[in-house]
Design a protein around this ligand. Structure first.
Ligand code: SAM
Length: 381
């Protein structure tokens, strides 16, 4: 799908910013239209013709019916780079609003588990709605929590070991099957939390709040103590997550459609949101903290994808470089899935610069996969 766009008159400050980051301004201005992407829900293949027939009329019907997702090719690429395998326990540390989390769940099918974490309650609630719409959440847990300090183990052993009898036990401290109809006490607590959330995001020290869990997520039958018990870093090394996605908060400058919006919002807004050095410093500090914590929660032999929708060196290469300096057990790894992608810098088959790959082997077996410079909404499929 393509949307008509105007030729953008990019302001000088933004052009300087692009030059500093080695980005060709043409990616924002040269194309006549910005492609939009959809992903077909597995199992909906029979409807391809019907969906194709609707492409010109904005696909409202298959979208409402939950047969397709709106997701950029670049977002899908970050998930493919994770190389999800049957039975993986996956952590999505900045999960909302959830396009990647849905794709992870689709790839896992009936196996493994996925844990989504986000600091913004209203965005994570949208993610929960999406899981319910696409009937995807059985093996999923969603926590409103700060990803820089989140510290809960995947429930890898619980899945097989809980007997149905135990799961149905009526113990007020034990999780029974999730229902959107919460007991009065819990509703009151959620309403209070919502009020607080309107004025602030959760802090690093707040307790993670479980806002959704599916019936095979491992939560049913657990006591609160078991779910929230703290474990040592060495336990994460042996039984942590198989795959971690850190799709970090960023300036969004790599999203062509996002930058195009500033034509209407006013270019001065761009200075505050994208070019402001202080905001960028705070962001890179946050990104590094998210990456560090995501890596801590990974098991030895697992892999992590760090991705942003920014093209700046400071939010990508620099964050990775700082991290690698401090973590000798981490190493960059070639992205296997990217070998067949058409949009690589090395053998460019389209107009835009897309992927930069770096590869190294790890010493401890934990590996860090790095995906960078993949333009969102670029003309590359
Ligand atoms: C680029 S978006 C993630 C998009 C998401 N992965 C998807 O595919 O829909 C970044 C997210 O990071 C969240 N975020 C920001 N700071 C965070 C933190 N300290 N811990 C967890 N999430 C955070 C934001 O609320 C936002 O939802």
């Amino acid at each position: 799908m393509e949307e008509e766009t105007s030729k953008l008159p990019l302001p000088d400050t933004f052009l300087d910013f692009l030059q500093t980051n080695g980005i060709d301004p043409l990616i924002y201005t040269a194309i006549e239209s910005t492609p939009r992407y959809i992903r077909l829900k597995p199992g909906s293949e029979a409807y391809i013709e019907e969906i194709e027939a609707e492409i010109k009329c904005r696909l409202q019907k298959p979208y409402k019916e939950g047969k397709i997702y709106g997701i950029d090719a670049a977002s899908g690429a970050a998930v493919l780079a994770l190389d999800i395998l049957v039975g993986d326990h996956v952590l999505d540390l900045c999960a909302a609003p959830g396009a990647k989390l849905c794709m992870i769940s689709d790839l896992l099918g009936d196996s493994g588990t996925v844990t989504g974490v986000d600091v913004a309650r209203h965005r994570l609630a949208a993610c929960r709605t999406m899981l319910q719409k696409y009937v995807l959440g059985d093996a999923c847990r969603l926590f409103v929590a700060d990803g820089t300090t989140f510290s809960l183990m995947p429930l890898r052993d619980r899945l097989d070991s809980i007997s149905c009898e135990f799961a149905l036990e009526e113990n007020k401290d034990t999780f029974t099957e999730w229902t959107s109809r919460r007991p009065w006490k819990e509703r009151k607590r959620a309403a209070r939390a919502k009020e607080n959330a309107a004025s602030r995001l959760v802090s690093e020290t707040d307790h993670p709040e479980l806002i959704f869990y599916g019936k095979t997520s491992g939560v049913v039958g657990l006591s609160k103590y078991e779910l929230y018990k703290t474990v040592s870093s060495s336990e994460f090394s042996s039984s942590g997550y198989d795959k971690v996605l850190v799709d970090a908060e960023c300036t969004h400058d790599g999203s062509i459609r996002h930058i195009q919006k500033f034509e209407h919002w006013g270019w001065e807004t761009l200075n505050g949101r994208v070019l402001n050095a202080e905001r960028s410093d705070n962001l890179t500090t946050l990104q590094l903290k998210l990456l560090k914590n995501g890596f801590r929660l990974l098991r030895v032999g697992g892999s992590l994808v760090y991705s942003t929708c920014s093209l700046t060196v400071s939010q990508n290469e620099d964050v990775i470089e700082w991290f690698l300096k401090e973590n000798s057990s981490a190493a960059l790894q070639e992205i296997d899935a990217a070998k067949d992608w058409p949009c690589k810098i090395k053998n460019m088959t389209c107009k835009c610069q897309i992927i930069q790959e770096i590869s190294l082997m790890s010493s401890s077996g934990k590996t860090l996969v790095y995906q960078a410079r993949f333009n969102y909404g670029a003309n590359c499929v």
